[in-house]
Write a protein of this length. Sequence first.
Length: 368
Amino acid sequence: MSVESIIRFDNVTKKYDEDTIVLNNVSFELERGKFYTLLGPSGCGKTTILRLIAGFIEPTEGTILFNGKKINDVPANERKVNTVFQDYALFPHLNVFENIAFGLRIKKIKTDEMKKRVKEALAFVNLEGYENREISEMSGGQRQRVAIARAIVNDPEVILLDEPLSALDLKLRSEMQYELRDLQKRLGKTFIFVTHDQEEALAMSDEIFVLNNGEIQQSGTPLDIYDEPLNRFVADFIGESNIVPGIMIEDFVVEFTGKKFECVDAGLNPNENVDIVIRPEDLVLTTVEKGKLTVTVDTQLFRGVHYELSTYDKDGNEWLVHSTKKAEVGSSVGLDFVPENIHVMRLNETEEEFDARLESYGGSDNER
């Protein structure tokens, strides 16, 4: 384990009964001082990981390490971890100061020290002077900050955030994304953020873990996850994708929709069945004569910064296109793309196999 590692899961499984496996043999390692996001649909296991780290539940199998020491049986109150909950869990009968100071009072911190630490925490979340404000008088964003201040005032090594932005309106949610990321950088703490919102994950994270059915599907930087999805689930869940079946003819040549195209993938077997992913924003709307594909426009919606076109080709494959150009519904148009925007996904490839294949031919597609 590296010196920077703070949390490690080794083959961790969590069962509530023999038929209910919520986390299945999960292993990963987190470095100190980074912003991590656990991303996935409801019931995928992301909140279970958070609860295991916090000590609210114990693993059925496997080992959880914190700073290199096993913590499977360590009580929650003895872990250097604090949690910001989805509903903030603030005490409505206590003012801002008392909410933030609650944990310090339990630890019997001296009054002068307590006041100093609460003041510092309020300054960190830009709520100086709000000490005597009642919780009922606070806006949603301000309550969010109080909850974060209560988490950081105890000086934890890890801060867990369980979908803390889900109750906020869209504009405030966007503002809090910037604030949380800035706060994490200023504190230098390890943040572990749980969400089902892929845009949130892409915007805020140093590294993302995509989960489904109690297993980690893929982990990596936001750019890696978006540009190099490992399988159909990740490609579909992270942003919008066009996914069609194809055949890897040879290194750097792939066939789909009955045509051969140059690509930047290699390391697969000749004539291997694969899935092809092309993002909607990577398809360029052009004339039939200039396009690599010919499609028929089915519907068109204006999305503010672009038009969203739903189209289909002669084989019935659907192609979603994001373009600043308009097209007439029912017309035939051409779609153009470059080799770098064709992503080839091997069927049933593990993350370890995927990483090994990329390394064997000189790194990721983005580096070629």
